[in-house]
Design a protein around this ligand. Sequence first.
Ligand code: NI
Ligand code: MN
Length: 226
Amino acid sequence: MSVQITYHGHACFTIQTATANLLIDPFLTGNAMADVTAAQVKPDYILVTHAHGDHLGDALPIAKRTGATIISNNEIHNYLSKQGAKTHGMHIGGAHVFPFGKVKLTIAHHGSAFPDGTYGGAPCGFLLWLEGKVLYHAGDTALTYDMTLYGAEGIDVAMLPIGDNFTMGPEDAVKAVGFLQPKTVILMHYNTFGVIAQDAQAVAAEIKAKTKAEPVILKPGETLVA
Ligand code: NI
Ligand code: MN
């Protein structure tokens, strides 16, 4: 079985499994990189790494329109369920088996507040076991040695930020690939704003030179089949 991973710019991906459409960090409105609008996506589940506007994005209106379940940390779950969304709260280190596969929340070294200032709990990344594949979406994070633990799961595809300033930059992202040892790494969280502008081709070349992983640069709208 395979999963289709489609990039929508910034940290937003659609992951299509045999039975479910997952949407991660749906920052579409106001994202100049996005190839789809919030009105066009049809997720069954929305996974949110943290409450910052460039990750929470359109999660609430999309969930209300589609009936999708939002999967996130407990604070985001509480905040969004009070506003009428169907939600499933989890927390760092916890895993849950959903009808589509298993989700585990991983450590992300970052912040997490809603655009209105409300505390958004600890930010996270996601380990996903889908269709026999292991995927890792790092969220917004610094390099952390905990990534060696995630790498022990045998990651097929890792989605890693390279933008610097708010997250890991290129040098630490290459080190992260060394810790995670994924078969394939998709670069994300760059070029959306001036302060996170990066030369993705140069980062990909470094990953190819220094690790065994295959770097992939997806343009918004492009899909990797894993
Ligand atoms: Ni953030
Ligand atoms: Mn961000």
